[in-house]
Design a protein around this ligand. Structure first.
Ligand code: FAD
Length: 432
C-alpha cells in the first residue's frame, strides 16, 4: 500500500470527502484506488487563528508505478510469540484486567485453553455494584472501580495511550475494534473508548474466548500459591460466594493482578517471591470547566467541530522531582475508586462522548525508593495507605472526597465556598 501523509484539512469532512481531497491534491485518479483507509488523524491547534486536522491515508492502487512519488506503507513485523503447546494442565491467569485478558486471548489464538481467575464480578454485575456504591457508599472490597472483569481501566476514561512504541499497540487496538470498539481508535492520535462502550467490548471479548474453550471464574480469589523447590505447581482459590477453597494445579501461572491487590502482594512476599521497591507517583485530581480548556487550547475563532480539548503539563524540578498531569479526562467526572474500607482513592472517568461539563486530570509528583526508610519492598504501600486513610477522615469518613480550591491549596488555606461545583461521584464532597 502507499501512504499519503500530511493532508491538512480546514473543515469538518466525512471520511470519503477526506479521501477525495487527498486524491485531488496528489493528482491520483479515484478509479485507480482499490482499497483505502485513514491511518492517522490529529489536530494542529498551535495557531488559534488557523486550526486544522492532519490526516494520513493508506491506499492500494492499480498502476502503482504511476504514483512513485508516494511512500510505501512500512510493513510491521511482529516478533513471533512462541508458546510451548504441551501443557499437562491448562495455564492459569490470575486477574481479568487488560494484561490477563490479552494473555488469555494470546493462548486462545494459539489453540490453548486457559483458566482465568478473577476476584471481582463479571463486568455487568460489577457495574451494578459500582452504581450501588456511588448511591449508598457501601463498598464491595473485591468488586469495585479497581477490581473486576476489565480491570482498573474499565471505569475510567478508556484512554488507550501507551508510553511505549511497539507494533503490538496497533494489534491491541485492532482487537478492541474486532470486539466492538469504534474503528476511529485505529487512527486517532489519542484513541479513546469511554466506559459506556468499553463494558460491552470486554464482555464480547470474554464471550468469544469462552466459545473457544477458555474458562472464566469470577468472584474467585487466588488466595495461596503452591510452590515446591522454587517451582509453581498451582494455586488455591476461594469461591467468594460459597467461601469454599480448592486447589487448581498447573505449572504455568500468570500473575496479572495489577497495581492494587495489596493482600496478594503480601501473600506473595510471605512466599519469598522476589520483589523490588519501585518508583511511583501520588497526587490529587484537579477539575476545571471543559469550556475553559477548550478556549485555552482552541481559542474562540475556529468554526471546526473539534472534540473536547485535553492538555498535558509537566515541570521538572532541580531536586529531581517532577510534577505532571496524567490521565486528563475531557468532559469527565471524578469518581470514588476505593478498593479498601475507610480509604479514599479518586480517578477520572468519562463516557465515549466526553460530554460532561467539567474536565479533570491527575496532578502527580513522583516518589522514589529513597523517600522511604524501611527496607521492605512493600513500604510504598504503607505510604499510600496512610494518605488514603487521612483523605477518608478529612472527607467525613463516608467516601466523600475532601475538596479544596486550587488557589487555597497553593496558599495552604481551608476552602469554605466553591463557585463551581465538582463532578465528584459518590454523592458529594466535603471541604477541608
Ligand atoms: C483508577 C485507575 C484508573 C485508570 N485509568 C486509565 C486510563 O484511563 N487509561 C489507561 O491507559 N490506563 C488507566 N489506568 C491504568 C490501567 O488501568 C492499568 O495500567 C491497567 O488496568 C493495568 O492492567 P492490569 O491487567 O495489569 O491490571 P488491572 O487492570 O489492575 O487488573 C488486575 C485484575 O486482577 C484482579 N486480581 C488481583 N488480585 C487477584 C487475586 N488474588 N485473585 C483474583 N483476581 C485478582 C483484580 O481484581 C483486577 O481485576 C488506570 C488505573 C487506575 C488504578
Amino acid at each position: 500500500m502507499l501512504k499519503i501523509n500530511n493532508i491538512k484539512i480546514r473543515a469538518d469532512l466525512k471520511d470519503e470527502e477526506v479521501l477525495d481531497f487527498a486524491l485531488k491534491k496528489n493528482k491520483i485518479k479515484k478509479d485507480d484506488v482499490l482499497e483505502w483507509n485513514i491511518s492517522k488523524k490529529s489536530i494542529d491547534a498551535r495557531k488559534k487563528d488557523d486550526i486544522f486536522y492532519v490526516y494520513s491515508i493508506d491506499i492500494k492502487v492499480k498502476n502503482e508505478e504511476k504514483y512513485h512519488f508516494l511512500d510505501k506503507v512500512k510493513k510491521i513485523s511482529f516478533p513471533k510469540v512462541k508458546i510451548n503447546k504441551n501443557f499437562s494442565n491448562p495455564p492459569i491467569i490470575i486477574g481479568a484486567g487488560p494484561s490477563g485478558l490479552f494473555a488469555a486471548l494470546t493462548f486462545i489464538e494459539n489453540g490453548i485453553r486457559p483458566i482465568v481467575i478473577e476476584q471481582g464480578q463479571d463486568v455487568d454485575k460489577r457495574k451494578e455494584t459500582i452504581d450501588n456504591f456511588f448511591k449508598t457508599g457501601k463498598l464491595n472490597t473485591l468488586s469495585n472501580v479497581q477490581f473486576g472483569e476489565g480491570g482498573a481501566g474499565t471505569f475510567s476514561d478508556g484512554k488507550l495511550n501507551s508510553g511505549i512504541n511497539s507494533p503490538y499497540c496497533k494489534k491491541v487496538l485492532e482487537k478492541f475494534v474486532l470486539f466492538g470498539a469504534p474503528k476511529e481508535i485505529l487512527y486517532e492520535s489519542k484513541p479513546h473508548i469511554g466506559t459506556d462502550k468499553l463494558i460491552s467490548v470486554i464482555k464480547n471479548m470474554r464471550e468469544y474466548m469462552i466459545k473457544k474453550g477458555a474458562n472464566f471464574y469470577f468472584n474467585t480469589k487466588a488466595c495461596d500459591f503452591l510452590i515446591k523447590d522454587n517451582k509453581i505447581n498451582g494455586i488455591i482459590v476461594k469461591d467468594l460466594l460459597t467461601n469454599e477453597k480448592r486447589e487448581i494445579l498447573s505449572s504455568d501461572v500468570i500473575l496479572a493482578i495489577g497495581h492494587s491487590s495489596r493482600d496478594t502482594f503480601y501473600k506473595l512476599f510471605d512466599k519469598n517471591i522476589y520483589m523490588e521497591k519501585k518508583n511511583f507517583s501520588v497526587g490529587v485530581r484537579i477539575e476545571h470547566l471543559q469550556s475553559d480548556i477548550n478556549k485555552a487550547q482552541y481559542g474562540t475563532i475556529t468554526k471546526l467541530r473539534l472534540p473536547p480539548a485535553d492538555y498535558k503539563l509537566s515541570c521538572h524540578l532541580e531536586n529531581g522531582r517532577s510534577c505532571y498531569t496524567f490521565c486528563m479526562c475531557p468532559g469527565g467526572y471524578v469518581i470514588a475508586s476505593s478498593s479498601e474500607e475507610n480509604t479514599i482513592v479518586t480517578n477520572g472517568m468519562s463516557n465515549f462522548l466526553r460530554d460532561g461539563k467539567n474536565a479533570n486530570s491527575a496532578v502527580l509528583v513522583n516518589v522514589t525508593p529513597s523517600d522511604f526508610e524501611s527496607p521492605s519492598p512493600l513500604c510504598g504501600i504503607d505510604f499510600q495507605k496512610e494518605l488514603e486513610e487521612k483523605a477518608f477522615k478529612l472527607g467525613g469518613s463516608n467516601y466523600f472526597a475532601p475538596i479544596q480550591k486550587f488557589g487555597d491549596f497553593l496558599e495552604n488555606k481551608k476552602t469554605t465556598k466553591l463557585r463551581k461545583s465538582s463532578s465528584y461521584i459518590q454523592t458529594r464532597s466535603y471541604f477541608f
